[in-house]
Design a protein around this ligand. Structure first.
Ligand SMILES: NC(=O)c1ccc[n+]([C@@H]2O[C@H](COP(=O)([O-])OP(=O)(O)OC[C@H]3O[C@@H](n4cnc5c(N)ncnc54)[C@H](OP(=O)(O)O)[C@@H]3O)[C@@H](O)[C@H]2O)c1
Length: 286
């Protein structure tokens, strides 16, 4: 099966390419900005019709929550309008489309969210990702998979960047009033591919790591697990973020877990994450 992966240079995209390439009879088709800039929405349908994939996994997005707030037009174009076009392409080709979405489609008031809970985003990132979800639902053969706080070597998020910042001796500030489920990118990619491989019923799914934490709890667990000493300063979320953040968005995985698809909690991946991050840094020393 030829699977096109948008966001091929991103954290999840890179792991998806690796997982797909390892499957007999599967072939990943990386779709990166160099081939298709998603701001050029007119190019999207012809691009995919020419490529003729047998499935699309759409991970590309403007993912910086504060960047989306600063550039709402860009977020709207890439996260929403480009997704409209990718959906049209999937429909033309009559192929499944898997769209990676986020816990930030919720406002955080309820705290724990099931797949059927109504979204109510409170920032531009969440709103444009939810618009993306609504676009994808126009094509019957869709999977919308919501996850949260993805981390892994080479990622751009607070969690992904921690080993590098700790090793550089940079000050660490972590919020204590935000709860969600950190999700390890390599493990997430494995499970995402299973959704396509096993031909699950189309629909909306939650696929977070199975353990909730605040960013400060993540930092403290990392300290304990790898035995590295550094100072972390607790801060409230409005002090360090430009865009409003939901207070608590713990995604509950009811549907996929019943089918044996779930991602273990973040704490069991921290040792490997740290070792890989340190090894990555060593490889870059001339
Ligand atoms: N990161 C999280 O904590 C998190 C949590 C929940 C859900 N998600 C969702 O999961 C997905 C993957 O996240 P990630 O962490 O892997 O993101 P990431 O590392 O920030 O990667 C984003 C990807 O999107 C691409 N992209 C952005 N603008 C583009 C454009 N105009 N044209 C073509 N490609 C463009 C980037 O390409 P360049 O490398 O060229 O910029 C990059 O490959 C996203 O849809 C995100 O909304 C993420």
């Amino acid at each position: 099966m030829k699977v096109a992966v948008t966001g091929a240079t991103g954290l999840v995209g890179r792991h998806l390419l690796r997982v797909i390439a390892a499957k007999p009879d599967w072939m990943p088709i990386p779709v990166s900005r160099a081939f298709l800039d998603l701001r050029e929405t007119d190019r999207i349908v012809p691009f995919f019709l020419n490529l003729r994939p047998q499935a699309i996994i759409h991970t590309a997005a403007v993912t910086g929550v504060d960047a989306c707030e600063a550039q709402p037009d860009l977020a709207e174009r890439v996260n929403h309008l480009a997704t409209v076009e990718i959906t049209k392409a999937a429909e033309h080709l009559d192929i499944p489309l898997l769209y990676l979405s986020t816990d930030f489609v919720f406002d955080g008031q309820k705290g724990r969210y099931r797949e059927e809970d109504p979204p109510h985003p409170i920032n531009v990132y969440g709103r444009t990702k939810w618009q993306g979800e609504q676009a994808v639902q126009q094509w019957e053969k869709h999977y919308i998979v919501r996850t949260s706080w993805i981390f892994g070597v080479g990622g751009k998020t607070f969690f992904s960047q921690l080993p590098h910042r700790i090793q550089q001796g940079q000050p660490i500030q972590a919020t204590t009033d935000q709860w969600s489920c950190p999700t390890y990118a390599p493990a997430l990619a494995e499970q995402l591919v299973r959704i396509l491989e096993e031909g699950l019923p189309y629909g909306i799914y939650h696929l977070p790591g199975e353990e909730a934490a605040t960013p400060m709890e993540f930092v403290e667990t990392l300290q304990r697990t790898v035995g590295v000493r550094f100072d972390a300063v607790p801060v409230p979320r409005e002090k360090i973020h430009r865009a409003p953040r939901p207070r608590m968005t713990i995604l509950e995985n009811h549907l996929l877990k019943a089918l044996g698809i779930w991602v273990p909690g973040y704490s069991q991946f921290l040792r490997k994450f740290w070792q890989d991050a340190v090894g990555e840094k060593r490889r870059h020393i001339p």
